[in-house]
Ligand binder design. Structure first.
Ligand code: UDP
Ligand code: MG
Length: 315
C-alpha cells in the first residue's frame, strides 16, 4: 500500500459503540466500489467516549488495518476531534463524516469526481432536512442567515461538515493557529475552488444525537465570534445614535420649559429610559465578555486536543 492513500475518512465519535460496525461495513463497501487503486483509510477519533466505542474501533482495525483510530484523553468536542482527524489523516483528500450515517457515503463517489475536475473543496448540501426536528431546522436557518449577514466569509447554507477537502486545503486549516475550531467557519475562510453536491439527509441509523440545545447555542456563539467583529462594533454606532436622540430631546425639553414652564411629571419616561439604557449597557458588556473570554482561551494557547492512544498505523 502506498504511504499516502487517496481518501481519508475522518470520523469523530463520542459514545457510538453501536454505530461503528454498520458504519465500517457500509463505508468500506462504498470506498472499495470506487475502484481507486491508491486506496483509503477510515480514521476514527474517539472523543472521550465512556462506552465501548474504543474496543469497537480496535475490533474493526483487527478485521481491516485500513480502519484506524485516535483516542483523545477526554471529550474535547466535535470540532477539536475533527482537528485531530485533519492532523493525522494521511490521504490526498480528507472527508469528514458523522458516524451515524445521516450523510450517505454513496455521495463520496460524486465528490471524488468533482475533485478530479479540479475543485479543491466539494461540500455536501442537504436537499431536505426533514430528518431534523422543526426547532432544529428553524434555528439552523436563523443561524446561517445571522452568520452570513455578520461575516464576510459566507458559509454555504444547509452544508454540514460532510465534504471533501484537498490536501492543500487541509494544510491551510492545519496551519491556522486558533483554538476556537469552528470548522465551517475555517472551511469558508480558506476559499479555494468549491463545488456542491446535493444529497438527502437521513435519520440517525443508531444511537441518539450528541448535540442538545445548549451545545448548539455555544457552537453558534463560537461560530459568530470567530468570524465577525460586528457584534463588538455595533455598540458605538448604537450609542452614538442614542446620544444624538438624547441631544435632540434635551433641546426639545429646554425650549418647552422656557415657553411653557416645567412640570414635574415624567417618572414613567425616566424609568423607561433608565431601564432601556441599563439593559443596553449590560448587553454590550456581555458581548464584550464573550469576546474577552475567547481571547483568554486563545492567549493561553493550550493544545486543541490531547491524544491518549493510537489504534493501527496512525502517524
Ligand atoms: N461527536 C463528537 N464529540 C462530541 C459530540 C459529537 O465526536 O462531543 C460526534 C458524534 O459521535 C457524531 C458526530 O459528532 O459522529 C455528529 O454528532 P450527532 O450525530 O450527535 O449530531 P447531529 O447530527 O445530531 O447534529
Ligand atoms: Mg447526526
Amino acid at each position: 500500500m502506498p504511504s499516502r492513500p487517496l481518501i481519508s475518512m475522518i470520523v469523530p465519535v463520542k459514545d457510538e459503540e453501536a454505530a461503528i460496525p454498520p458504519f465500517v461495513a457500509r463505508v468500506s463497501a462504498v470506498l472499495e466500489g470506487l475502484g481507486e487503486p491508491d486506496g483509503w483509510e477510515i480514521l476514527f477519533i474517539d472523543d472521550g467516549s465512556t462506552d465501548r466505542t474504543l474496543p469497537a474501533i480496535l475490533l474493526a482495525n483487527q478485521a481491516d488495518p485500513r480502519v484506524r483510530g485516535l483516542s483523545l484523553s477526554r471529550n474535547f468536542g466535535k470540532e477539536a476531534a475533527l482537528s485531530a482527524g485533519l492532523d493525522h489523516a494521511a490521504g490526498q483528500v480528507v472527508v469528514p463524516i458523522d458516524v451515524d450515517l445521516q450523510d450517505p457515503p454513496e455521495v463520496i463517489g460524486e465528490m471524488v469526481a468533482k475533485w478530479r475536475q479540479g475543485h479543491e473543496v466539494v461540500y455536501g448540501v442537504r436537499r431536505n432536512r426533514t430528518s431534523d426536528s422543526l426547532p432544529k431546522r428553524i434555528t439552523a436557518e436563523w443561524y446561517y442567515r445571522a452568520h452570513n449577514w455578520l461575516s464576510a466569509d459566507k458559509i454555504p447554507e444547509h452544508a454540514g461538515d460532510f465534504r471533501l477537502l484537498d490536501r492543500r486545503v487541509v494544510e491551510v486549516i492545519r496551519a491556522m493557529p486558533e483554538r476556537n475550531r469552528f470548522m465551517k467557519g475555517l472551511f469558508a475562510w480558506s476559499g479555494f475552488r468549491q463545488a456542491a453536491v446535493e444529497y438527502d439527509r437521513r435519520e440517525r441509523a443508531v444511537g441518539t444525537t450528541k448535540f442538545n440545545g445548549w451545545k448548539l447555542w455555544t457552537l453558534a456563539l463560537d461560530g459568530i465570534t470567530s468570524a465577525s467583529t460586528v457584534p463588538l462594533r455595533v455598540w458605538s454606532y448604537l450609542g452614538g445614535a442614542i446620544a444624538l436622540l438624547a441631544l435632540v430631546f434635551a433641546g426639545f425639553i429646554v425650549v418647552k420649559t422656557v415657553l411653557f414652564g416645567a412640570d414635574v411629571a415624567g417618572y414613567p419616561s425616566m424609568m423607561v429610559a433608565t431601564l432601556f439604557l441599563g439593559g443596553l449597557q449590560l448587553i454590550s458588556l456581555g458581548v464584550l465578555g464573550e469576546y474577552v473570554g475567547r481571547i483568554l482561551v486563545e492567549v493561553k494557547g493550550r493544545p486543541i486536543y490531547v491524544v491518549r492512544e493510537r489504534i493501527g498505523n496512525v502517524d
